[in-house]
Design a protein around this ligand. Structure first.
Ligand SMILES: [Zn+2]
Length: 173
């Protein structure tokens, strides 16, 4: 059975068959469907209803999903460490869009800010391309002093081991 683009799945404890259940893109992005919902659905190969693995499809995050997430405290990209999940160069424009347009809730703003700090921190080591990325994010923050002030006031939400390294870089570059 081919997996639908967005899905949850379970794998049979008895015969290891994996069955997939289609979800919407939005349900996949915010993990709104719990695979255990399908625990009563028998394995399509052997009819067993005991499963040993549950799975989710990953979903590429796009601006509409960022906007909806930023305005709803009940939505999560993953149940934890959202700042680490979205700390990627491909999401930089979406993160800045939400921050610049003031459309996100305060507790979501701090996650976005933390993601920018993580992005800088993670890019400090490694090759030229990584260094360029950290310089790029630092430059974006320097254009927005209010965001740096907001980050300073995050009351430890941004890990101190990260902000202790990143804040001096922003101030001195
Ligand atoms: Zn089975």
């Amino acid at each position: 059975m081919d997996a639908p683009l967005y899905h949850v799945s379970h794998t049979c404890h008895n015969c290891r068959q994996t069955d997939y259940f289609e979800t919407t893109r939005r349900e996949a992005a915010f993990e709104l469907v719990n695979p255990s919902m399908y625990d009563k659905v028998p394995c399509t190969a052997c009819g067993n209803t005991e499963y040993h693995v549950w799975g989710f499809s990953m979903c590429e995050l796009e601006r509409d999903l960022f906007i909806e997430w930023s305005q709803n405290t009940n939505l999560y990209f993953l149940s934890q460490d959202e700042d680490l999940i979205i700390a990627e160069e491909k999401y930089l424009d979406d993160i800045l869009f939400i921050l610049d347009n003031n459309i996100g809730l305060p507790n979501k703003r701090i996650i976005l800010l933390s993601a920018l700090f993580v992005l800088i921190y993670d890019s400090l080591r490694g090759d030229e391309q990584n260094k360029k990325l950290s310089e790029k994010v630092i430059a974006e923050l320097k254009k927005r002093p209010h965001l740096i002030a907001e980050a300073r006031n995050s009351n430890g939400y941004i890990y101190p081991y990260i902000s202790d390294i990143v804040l001096p870089l922003i101030n001195n570059s």
